[in-house]
Design a protein around this ligand. Structure first.
Ligand code: NBP
Length: 493
């Protein structure tokens, strides 16, 4: 470990004219890190900047040096030496091997009590591992979820830090200042220890998947059941952005749908290949949800829908074999207002599922996450920012013990009154032969939660028949097994 006192080295250039050590360092200056560093500098912090390829750090100081007080670090040693103590270093590199490479190089240069904050999109399990490994060396580690993309990083993202309280005391004040703000409240708060911040960021991204897929399914229905052109669908989304559906994603849906391709003059959406990518957070959410046994059906179907869209060879083969004509959709009427209501209800359900996942994950790992904090810090700065999140915050504050958002009075009523519309939308999609996997699955989820009895009783009977897995009875305590192959009498299980 280094015993040097932090000192700006000869190779460092003070871009903003300030003197003394930098208060915080950023390593990794691609789009996100660069904008985060500028955001910090614009707020008056003295920022040391470093990138593996030094040219990016030089370019940052050249282009934006007048925005604040930058110290250019040409190596990680420079970066470490340029910082006041305890050192605070934000790592914003490509998640995975890149993060491990930087940490491995950085750790021998650091002193006890220094703070490393990984603000990349790390898997929460990697964050927990890194936290433990660095704790053994006395170095404090934070896994910081950041949402808002390139613009958010510059202008104020939603930030989900996971770390110990004393680590947060070091970096929280910086993060809170540069985050988005709603009514003077920062869209940043300590989520919980070790992997909690990245876990919540992962679920946030999962919700983003289902939000986008629901919007896409709504568009598909308007296009193919109503026969509207993309520009007309855009008008409806623009109008909806003035209603309960007001959100960043609804707003940009209108922008994308009204865009015309310059080359062909056709609607932009018609010239884009219909195969959606997924970078991994949706998959991680579903994998983690399966481990926890928490049903996030909306997120799961949205992730699967992307996988189906990308499965182009199989799609072509089945279309060829089965035919691709749409069904006539006879006898089912659905209105624009049904779609608006269904979109809102389905969105609420998928948020409820994501929040359930955080509740269960927090309980499993002892993180003590305050659920109402999540919609509060997602109200601005992040991709899923929406008017709805203020109402969710309020409902969770008032009913902190509710086992589901759907069990709070406000959202039970909001979803309940829109269920007929959601049902009509799913029916119309099925009748027209249009895939609406997220609409369908969230409706099935609500119907399952509402049901007095589920056919799971039969499943239990079958499991007992072939595997003696036992079952419980409705009329008395205990575990039972029926001797299926003998006289079918019941014994204790
Ligand atoms: P990228 O994810 O494209 O990563 C590029 C950066 O990683 C460059 O600074 C590159 O240095 C550095 N890097 C790599 Br690649 N391997 C490295 C290694 N072995 N050692 C040191 N540095 C290494 O950048 P980004 O899009 O700005 O995203 C940064 C992080 O933020 C990622 O974890 C990403 O998932 C996350 N994130 C991104 C967004 C978004 O909207 N883009 C949103 C939220 C979070 P080089 O210049 O020398 O190649």
């Amino acid at each position: 470990m280094s015993t040097d006192h932090a000192e700006t080295t000869d190779t460092s250039t003070d871009g903003g004219g300030g003197a003394g050590h930098a208060q915080i360092g950023v390593t990794g200056l691609a789009v996100m890190g660069r904008n985060l560093a500028r955001n910090l500098a614009r707020h008056g912090f003295r920022v040391a900047v470093h990138n593996r390829t030094t040219a990016k750090a030089e370019a940052l100081v050249d282009e934006f040096g007048d925005e604040g007080d930058f110290t250019l670090a040409r190596s990680l040693e420079d970066l470490v030496h340029s910082l006041e103590r305890p050192r605070r270093i934000i790592v914003m590199v490509k998640a995975g091997e890149g993060t491990d490479a930087v940490i491995d190089e950085l750790v021998p240069l650091l002193d006890e009590g220094d703070v490393v904050a990984d603000a990349g999109n790390a898997h929460w399990r990697d964050t927990a591992r890194r936290h433990d490994a660095l704790a053994e060396k006395g170095i404090r580690f934070a896994g910081v979820g950041v949402s808002g993309g390139e613009v958010g990083a510059l202008e104020g993202p939603s930030i989900m830090p996971g770390c110990d309280g004393n680590t947060y005391a070091e970096i929280g004040p910086f993060l809170e200042v540069i985050s988005a703000h709603v009514d003077d409240e920062p869209c940043c708060t300590l989520i919980g220890p070790d992997g909690a911040g990245h876990f919540v960021k992962m679920v946030h991204n999962g919700i983003e998947y289902s939000d986008m897929q629901l919007i896409a399914e709504t568009y598909d229905l308007m296009r193919h059941v109503f026969g509207l052109e993309p520009s007309a669908v855009a008008d409806t989304f623009r109008e909806w952005n003035g209603t309960e559906l007001e959100s960043y994603l609804v707003e940009i849906t209108a922008e994308v749908l009204s865009h015309t391709d310059a080359d062909t003059g056709r609607p932009f959406v018609d010239v884009v290949r219909d195969a959606a990518e997924q970078k991994g957070t949706g998959r991680w959410t579903v994998q983690t949800a399966l481990d926890l046994g928490v049903p996030v059906t909306g997120i799961a179907e949205a992730t699967m829908a992307r996988a189906v869209s990308g499965d182009t060879a199989r799609r072509a083969a089945v279309r060829e074999a089965l035919g691709g004509e749409a069904a006539p959709g006879v006898g089912v009427t659905v209105t624009t207002d049904d779609l608006r209501q269904a979109l809102y209800a389905a969105k609420v359900v998928s948020y409820a599922q994501g929040l359930d996942m955080v509740r269960d994950g927090s309980a499993e790992h002892g993180w003590d996450v305050e659920l109402a904090d999540l919609p509060r810090i997602w109200r601005d700065g992040c991709i899923i920012r929406a008017r709805l999140l203020s109402d969710i915050t309020e409902a969770l504050e008032e009913h902190a013990d509710a086992p589901s958002l759907l069990a709070t009075p406000a959202f039970a009523a909001a979803v309940g009154e829109r269920l007929p519309a959601l049902r009509r939308v799913v029916t119309a999609a099925v009748a027209a032969g249009l895939p609406a996997p997220v609409f369908s699955s969230v409706l099935a989820y609500v119907d399952a939660l509402r049901a007095e009895r589920l056919p799971a009783a039969l499943v239990q009977g079958l499991r007992d028949y072939f595997g003696a897995h036992t079952y419980e009875r409705t009329d008395r305590e205990g575990s039972f097994h029926t001797l299926w192959a003998e006289d079918r009498s019941e014994v204790d299980g």
